[in-house]
Structure formats: C-alpha cells, structure tokens
Design a protein around this ligand. Sequence first.
Ligand code: GDP
Length: 296
Amino acid sequence: AGMFQGLSEKLQETFKRLKSKGKLTEADVNEAMREVRMALLEADVNFKVVKDFVAKVKERSIGQEVLESLSPGQQVIKIVNEEMVALMGGVSSKINISSKPPTVIMLVGLQGAGKTTHGAKLANMLKKQGKHPLLVACDIYRPAAIKQLEVLGEQIKVPVFSLGQENPVKIAAASLQHANSQGLDVVIIDTAGRLHINEELMGELREIKVSVKPHEILLVVDAMTGQDAVNVAESFHNELGVDGIILTKLDGDTRGGAALSVKAVTGCPIKFAGVGEKMDAIEPFFPERMASRILG
Ligand code: GDP
C-alpha cells in the first residue's frame, strides 16, 4: 500500500459511478457525497474539515449548470478536485528568503518527526540552488543529535555549527555571527524536540525565536501520525507562530489525514514533503499535484 491508497481507491470508485451515469439527479450527488465523506473520514481527515469540504462540493454541484451540463459526472469530479486543491492551500508556498543575508530558518517539531534529517535535506536543496547554508546544532538534549547533524553535514558538504551542550539560545545567537563572518547566507537551526509538547520546550523555542528573529519557522510533522500531526501543528502554531510545515514520511503507508487537514485547521501551508530517508528525498509541496495523485 502506498501513499493515500485507500482514499484514492474509494474516490475513484465513486467517480467511476458518477461518470457512468448520463444525467445526474440531486439524489445521485448526495449519494456520491456520502461516499466521499466516508472515504475522507476513513483516511483520518479532520471531522470538521470533511464536513465543510463536502458541503462546499455539494453546494457547487447541485446547481442547474452542473446537473444540466453535457457531462455532469465530470463536472462534479472537477469540483472535488478544485476544492481539494483549495483545501491544501491552493498554490505552492516558497521559503521566505531575506533580502539581507543570512536568512534564518528555525526548524521545530516533536522528537522523531524528522527534524534533523529535514534540516540537512533543506540545506542540501538550498546548496544546489546556489546558496551557502549553515546547519546549527541546537538539539542538545537528544543523545547523538549533534553527531547525527555533523554526519549529515559531512555527507552533503555543508558546515555544521555546534557548541556542544552549551545553552541553545547562545548557540543560535553565536551561529549568526559565525555565518556572517564566513559569508554563509542561510542559517538552518535544528532545535530540540520532545516526545510531547510541554511548556519547557515551548519556552526554549520562544527564547531562540526572540534571539535570532527567524525569517521562517518551519514545523516538521510526521504524516504517519494523522490527526495527531494536525493537533501538534495547532499547538506549535498557537504557542510559537509557524510559517510553514514540512510534512514527512509521505513515502510510507500514510492515509492522507494530515496532508488534507493541516492547512485548513491551522492556516499554515505545507511547504515541503519528505519522501524518504535519503538526502534528496524532499520535494516542494504542490497542492495541485497532490490532489491529482489522490484523485487519480
Ligand atoms: P528528529 O528527532 O525530529 O530530529 O527526527 P530524525 O531526523 O532523527 O528522524 C527520525 C527518523 O525518521 C530517522 O530514522 C529518519 O531517517 C526517518 N525519516 C525522517 N524523514 C523521513 C521521511 O521523509 N521518510 C522516511 N521513510 N523516513 C524518514
């Protein structure tokens, strides 16, 4: 089973039935929407998001223009597609590069979400685009996190700034001076994660934020965790303010709930998708492409 497979298969069945009918009645649309609703809920999409989504599609679909068109089934499918793209933010969102270097990117998230890996992937991607990134090791609590970042830095030939177990706020501040002195134009700060959100973690992240004034706070969340990922995103956004999301582990057997709900619930766009463990397994997130992948 691949990404969103269950959801894709169910929606395609519904679409097939819609297309096979010449004329559509309002009852046909209602029946199809009942199936779409079930498929989305089974894919772990947020309940309220599903409700709003289905209501919108239904409202647009039961108008005369659609029902009396030559291919009403196709029209309804087109509407589902458009609303799904809108749900995920519509357009692809880019990183906010500062006109005055260095651009400071702060990566936050729970332990195991893929923060350290994606810090390095992001650095690798930006390096290929001609930037000169610096990775900064501020996750001083997780054993081996500093070493992990250093190994990845070595692998992609990107410098890593670390001061061992020094206070993370100090490390972050010192890294900016280091970047300036070395002519490095993007600073990517790998912060500490915890197993659960707690006040201590948020307090530390807020202090780093105040100290380095990041141009971009990116939240790394694991797509495999479904609605939990959405709840985590909501908390981080409320407590810290998040500019964008990196949704990781989309190469796994994920159901789709996080990808389809997180923008609608938090207002934060998904900016990147993580699709594997290798350093090049990161993609800009394109809502249109994702919708096509889901709808087949
Ligand atoms: P952190 O605690 O948030 O810094 O998480 P890590 O970066 O250490 O990642 C945790 C684990 O998830 C590691 O084994 C990574 O290789 C793995 N991982 C991270 N991102 C992805 C991804 O997009 N796909 C897959 N399959 N594995 C990933």
